[in-house]
Design a protein around this ligand. Structure first.
Ligand code: BGP
Length: 465
């Protein structure tokens, strides 16, 4: 049995659901200048908005105006928690404003009040791929140490303002993906090894400083890091592949190592030494890392990958793409993401064994090309099967392996913009939203079969699958 206080919920991100990209005082962030892509056509960063290009994050699913309806639907499913993010640019539109934007603070006050109306606990990500564009234009993004204090000012402002409404905070979404999506993660245009290492250093210091400040604001806060689940299997039993896989996976886990243990591990320092990368350390930084470790680890899990002697960690062009090898034993989604339910048990044990800290799944789910049946419904049995298989492995990790798991949040609990492709047609939700890849539609919401299945799952605390 899962613990009775298990947080069953769902997840979204501001930039992928809110829309209203210039409303309520908000200014642009790095996602607002990225065009839509397609399954195999990458999205484009356009420093100047192009009149004939489509920018899906500008409207998304208009959660900004539909949040009451959407949260009511989450409550109908029985959500205990809802993982969402605050857009930095709603609170400090330029990222460096002297005072916060009251309209932005008000918007999230209303969202959190709506959640609490139904007994839903918010789980709030402070930065989910949406660094203010002005931070990039004026400071050059996270390679500039100044951004540390700008982020800490933003973070402590919302931590203080929502202290009595939000207990669970996630620092930087998928912080290990700075290596592969540096623009989304850190507003880095020139993604050299050095720039990524420097920006990552500043983000890790910013996270630690935020945790230290959080302890002063409320002892009730639970501060979590957010790790992009890079869980890989060796491409063969060749020791070179086994080592290559180990090194690849550890390069991602490095970001969790620092946030959970409070220091840069030797294997990373030796790598930087070999590669002539000099970290921009400042006196006092080591103490900050040491004192700013997190309470729990949240992570995303979509797939496992395969890695080996030929996988070069620093040349993986997209955090969600293959590491060069496909596991032909596994089925794949319509977007070629390998489906591996057993891998979730492996992932939960790997993280728990390495850090002995409580875990929280804050992203998992199946992006699919949902279609209506003649009866006007969406019979997404494939999504129910995916979730049932993953929940069985998740329960085994808890009941058979003793993993401490705080909760589960299905990614895209309502259809939202795909991060990698900008499409709406890559649908994850329990709730269908009538918007197409060009932003056209009625924006009406519709319950899929999985909506009712998840309702029963939550009501039985994961027993009735
Ligand atoms: C993760 C991001 C999420 C979400 C997810 C699914 O990396 O943290 O924001 O988008 O990927 O990816 P996609 O939306 O491209 O299917």
């Amino acid at each position: 049995m899962l613990p009775k206080e298990f947080l069953w919920g769902g997840a979204t991100a501001a930039n992928q659901c809110e829309g209203a990209y210039l409303e309520g005082g908000k200014k642009m962030n790095v996602t607002d200048i990225i065009t839509s892509g397609k399954h195999n056509v990458p999205r484009r960063i356009t420093p100047k908005l192009e009149s004939d290009a489509w920018y899906p994050n500008h409207t998304a699913i208009d959660f900004y105006h539909h949040y009451k309806e959407d949260i009511a639907l989450f409550a109908e499913m029985g959500f205990k928690s809802y993982r969402m993010s605050i857009a930095w640019t709603r609170i400090f539109p330029n990222g460096d404003d002297k005072l916060p934007n009251e309209e932005g603070l008000q918007f999230y006050d209303e969202v959190f009040d709506e959640c609490h109306k139904y007994g839903i606990e918010p789980v709030v990500t402070l930065l989910h791929y949406d660094t203010p564009l002005n931070i990039v234009d004026t400071y050059g993004g996270w390679t500039n140490r100044k951004v540390i204090d700008l982020f800490v000012t933003y973070a402590t402002t919302v931590l203080r303002h929502y202290a009595d409404k939000v207990k669970y905070w996630l620092l930087i979404n998928e912080i290990n993906c700075i290596e592969t999506v540096p623009w989304y993660s850190a507003g880095i245009k020139n993604a050299t090894r050095e720039n990524i290492a420097i920006a990552a250093y500043h983000q890790l210091i910013a996270c630690a400083k935020t945790v230290i400040a959080a302890r002063e604001i409320s002892l009730d806060f639970k501060m979590g890091m957010m790790y992009a689940g890079y869980f890989t299997y060796a491409n063969s039993k060749d020791p070179e592949d086994v080592w290559g896989n180990y090194a690849f996976q550890r390069n991602h886990l490095f970001y969790a190592d620092v946030q959970c243990r409070g220091y840069y591990p030797n294997y990373k320092l030796k790598e930087f030494e070999r590669d002539g990368i000099v970290l921009p350390t400042v006196k006092g930084d080591n103490e900050i890392l040491q004192n700013g470790t997190v309470d729990f680890i949240s992570f995303s899990y979509y797939f496992t990958k395969v890695a080996g002697k030929k996988t070069d960690f620093h040349n993986v062009t997209n955090c969600l793409s293959d590491t060069g090898y496909v596991n032909e034993l596994l089925p794949k989604s319509a977007w070629d993401w390998q489906i591996d339910a057993k891998g979730l048990r492996y992932a939960l044990n790997l993280l728990y064994d390495r850090y002995q800290k409580p875990l929280m799944i804050v992203e998992n789910g199946l992006g699919a090309n949902d279609q209506f049946s003649e009866d006007g419904m969406i019979h997404d049995d494939y999504r129910i099967d995916y979730l049932r298989n993953h929940f069985n492995e998740m329960k085994d990790a808890v009941t058979l392996d003793g993993v401490e798991l705080m909760g589960y949040h299905m990614w895209g609990c309502i259809d939202i913009i795909s991060f990698a492709t900008g499409e709406m047609s890559k649908r994850y939700g329990f709730i269908y939203v009538d918007v197409d890849d060009a932003g056209k539609g009625t924006y009406k919401r519709l319950r899929k079969d999985s909506f009712y299945w998840y309702q029963k799952c939550i009501a039985s605390n994961g027993e009735d699958l």
